[in-house]
Design a protein. Sequence first.
Length: 240
Amino acid sequence: MIIDEFTFKDLKKFLLNVSLEHLTPNIGNVNNQDISVKEDSSKATKFDLIIEKLLLDYFKNLGISSFLAEESYPLTLIDQNEYITIDPIDGTRNFINGINKIAIMISYIKSEKLIFSIIFNPITNDFYHLYKSKLYKNFIIHNIDFPEKHIGYINDRNKEKLSKYINNYELLRKSNCIGYDLIEILEGNRTFLNINKGKCWDIFPVIGILESIGLNKIPQETIKFNFSMSESSFFYYAKI
């Protein structure tokens, strides 16, 4: 796969077209017969399947043959050393319920290292990507201005353990979309994010970007992008 500035610009155009056709017109408009419940009790819609298939075909045309994709795993994971992760609709429950907190997330992993990470916001059409340790928003280097007070979400189970790192914080409601949570961090509307395990297609793109933007991390350990990460927990918070 050849990666240059046109790789990302072409991908944004593709995601925009996919979103306009299949995603944004159907927020809150999904028929019950188009919703299924998976073994882990999470939900999928026919639009998750459609968008994932379109992305699989898109990257296959670029020479990628192995994928860690939410709706087709493990059938499309041919090579565990090099693959693309795909979350076609992060925040599927929000999508079903008409809540505009959703994202499309993609990452490229090779030899347990992140090559690039992509978060697409279909509501604003903003395209964030990380490549060679540089973060871009719509192809312009992106810098983050954090507020002077910590703001974010922690569940009751982790409040006592984590609140010592972020004294005097404002608590947000749970968004049910980790991609949306990351976008809020990138826009300076959130200063911390607790990742408590998760599927690789959810956490690889997010952790890849969080690792690059200079946040504090608990625990302080080297990240390897492999399946063991799905059982790990991390707490990222801004230096305020």
